[in-house]
Design a protein around this ligand. Structure first.
Ligand code: FES
Ligand SMILES: [Fe+2]
Length: 327
């Protein structure tokens, strides 16, 4: 996983107003909670005293209290109180655990998984989805690395096979392009699939026509995805890395054409059911992929239609080289 990035790791309601939450993300045990103002904190869930799970404790005065001997941690992971030493005793700096800057934005909990000293950028999100949409959400655990999950949503070749009776009806097996465009850490790809009537596809990207007329999808590195189904209908997903072999997917159906309360709930419900059927079709295949994690030079024999996946792997490698120190 790439260091020094904002990762969407949970849905906002999974960190309630009160209490501590223990969760595995980024291959680490994390403890999260909210202070009195509702802002979120995230520290490593292993007490520096004798290793107990801090998340099994409680929140006291906006700080996380370990259940074993009552050490109290602030949002920076620093122990502010050791009850056995008395309130009057100042706690030495070495009593601390690692923390990650955490935020609650766009209905998701984000952590900046990186160096304490790094410059912290804005949380990356799709501009279109920042306001004006209603959404419903599915949460689903997949037993593969998050790179396999995100690549599945970038795969324009699988649609007529895996989704032959849903979104891939019509047998459009020929893949033009896809055209791809990077803007910083955001990749957009433009799709045109057609039925194979025997014609050859020599220079597919050239024959695709204007980007404005093409179906497009986007990712923002490292772990969010946006499917532009129509101006007012979108699907979004965050792929929260659990560890090297597991991912939690938060998939959302967004719509902005129906603001009326009852109808919007009905549409949200239908969108949610349909999305979960499609996601489950993907899951049945992706969980069989080996290895469980992708990488740039893994020996897979990609084809031109896999261009978005190849681009993702290249960018992933480039960001890893930039941010993950070699050991
Ligand atoms: S193990 Fe946490 S306070 Fe002792
Ligand atoms: Fe799919």
């Amino acid at each position: 996983m790439i260091r020094n990035q904002w990762y969407a790791i949970l849905s906002s309601e999974e960190v309630p107003r009160q209490g501590l939450v223990g969760v595995t993300r980024m291959g680490e045990k994390l403890a999260l909670w909210r202070d009195e103002t509702g802002s979120v904190a995230c520290i490593i869930d292993q007490c520096c005293h004798r290793g107990a799970s801090i998340s099994a404790g409680k929140v006291v005065n906006g700080q996380a209290q370990c259940p074993f001997h009552g050490f109290e941690y602030d949002k920076q992971g620093k122990v502010k109180l050791i009850p056995a030493n008395g309130k009057a005793n100042e706690v030495a700096d070495r009593y601390r655990v690692q923390h990650y800057p955490a935020r609650d934005s766009y209905g998701l909990i984000w952590i900046f998984w990186g160096d304490q000293s790094a410059d912290i950028p804005e949380i990356p999100f799709f501009n279109d989805l920042k306001q004006g949409f209603y959404y419903t959400q599915i949460k689903d655990h997949w037993p593969v690395h998050y790179t396999r999950c995100i690549e599945n949503q970038m795969d324009v070749v699988h649609v007529p096979f895996v989704h032959h009776n849903t979104i891939g009806r019509g047998g459009k097996t020929i893949v033009y392009g896809p055209k791809v465009k990077w803007e910083g850490n955001k990749l957009t790809w433009y799709v045109k699939n057609v039925v194979d009537d025997g014609h050859t596809v020599a220079k597919p990207a050239k024959d695709m026509g204007s980007e404005d007329d093409l179906y497009s999808l986007e990712i923002i590195m490292p772990n969010i995805w946006h499917n532009i189904i129509a101006e007012k209908v979108r699907v979004f997903a965050a792929f929260a890395p659990v560890d090297e072999e597991n991912c939690m997917i938060y998939l959302r159906f967004y719509q902005s054409f129906m603001p009326v309360w009852g109808l919007r709930h009905l549409i949200g419900w239908v969108g949610r059911i349909y999305s979960s059927i499609i996601l489950n079709q993907d899951k049945q295949v992706v969980i069989t992929q080996l290895p469980k994690k992708s990488s740039l030079r893994m020996g897979e024999k990609l084809i031109p239609g896999d261009r978005p996946i190849a681009e993702f792997r290249r960018k992933n490698e480039q960001l890893m080289e930039e941010y993950n120190p070699k050991i």
